[in-house]
Design a protein around this ligand. Structure first.
Ligand SMILES: [Mn+2]
Length: 316
């Protein structure tokens, strides 16, 4: 029996289902989960989505996005499904999920990140590193459950694909990705609305923040990497939100002759988040991120560490 069948059997067998999306949530984790959430609601399941962070503004246009909860009660669930999380820590609820997996043996991991600690504790791993977005794994589950892919579900799934492929620009865009996108469009997915919200939602604070990051771009010719820096002070001065940082690294990606781009961003509590991107063949950034205790994909990865940026470099 394949994973799609096993997961849909478990969903059919139980009523109380919790979906968990990762910290610093992106379009894929949010929208893939919302697609499954809407499908499970149609099956009259008692379903909740939990995320340890708030949903960034550009994704609030998605159907049911405002129903995503910040917390959950551990004992209430028959089944927990984690989507796009990469590793246990990224769920933001490691201890509770570990305890649940040990006790109930009904933890499902749906992911397209390299194998990690989540794979060891999940009871079903539906995992495919070759898909651009987790949405490509969620769609067959919804279909197997017998729920029609209607306008709302299609819009969610297409948003997930659109964001994880950088608007179909990243090298993870495969013929399968595009054929699913085409199917979703034919089911009424609102591509124009997605583009308007994801690409055109440039607020003044986010543009100012981008300006700071762009001004500080450095090219390191020895390693052929491009990097930039955003400090906590920048975020405060621009009146920006942490979520405004997200677009910056994609903006500076794809610079000719660069093997990779790196963005160092300082968050509250001396936490520095490092985002890595590349479009170069043969460069695997997930290995670098793993080395520093982080994770991600070959072409987009990241890690965190404690420190202050002002001590490392002279800021202009
Ligand atoms: Mn993803």
């Amino acid at each position: 029996m394949n994973e799609t069948q096993r997961i849909s059997d478990l969903i059919n067998a139980y009523s109380n289902i919790l979906l968990i999306i990762h910290q610093f949530p992106d379009g894929d984790t949010i929208a893939s989960s919302l697609a499954l959430y809407i499908a499970l609601k149609k099956l009259a399941k008692n379903v909740t989505i939990a995320c340890n962070d708030s949903v960034p503004e550009p994704f609030l246009f998605l159907p049911k996005a405002r129903e995503i909860k910040r917390d959950f009660l551990q004992g209430d669930w028959d089944l927990i499904i984690v989507l796009d999380c990469g590793d246990l820590r990224r769920t933001g609820y490691s201890d509770r999920i570990k305890a649940f997996a040990g006790r109930k043996k009904r933890l499902i991991n749906i992911d397209h990140h390299p194998r990690n600690d989540l794979h060891k504790i999940a009871n079903i791993n539906f995992f495919d590193e070759s898909v651009a977005a987790v949405a490509e794994l969620v769609e067959p589950i919804i279909t197997m459950l017998g729920v029609e892919i209607e306008k709302e579900i299609a819009t969610c799934l297409l948003t997930a694909i659109y964001t994880d492929t950088g608007g179909f620009m990243h090298s993870n865009t495969t013929p399968e990705t595009l054929s699913l996108a085409s199917k979703l469009l034919s089911r009424g997915a609102r591509l124009k609305l997605i583009i308007q919200n994801i690409n055109n939602a440039r607020t003044l604070p986010s543009l100012k923040l981008w300006g700071k990051a762009l001004e500080r771009i450095v090219y390191n010719s020895k390693y052929e990497i491009v990097y930039s820096i955003i400090t906590q002070k920048d975020i405060l001065e621009c009146d920006a939100k942490s979520s405004d940082v997200a677009g910056v690294v994609n903006l500076i990606n794809n610079i000719p002759n660069a093997n990779a781009v790196i963005l160092f961003c300082e968050y509250q509590g001396n936490e520095i988040r490092v985002s890595l991107r590349t479009e170069k063949k043969g460069v695997d950034l997930s290995r670098l991120a793993n080395f520093f205790g982080g994770g991600g994909h070959k072409k987009a990865a990241g890690f965190n560490f404690q420190g202050k940026i002002s001590r490392l470099v002279d800021l202009r």
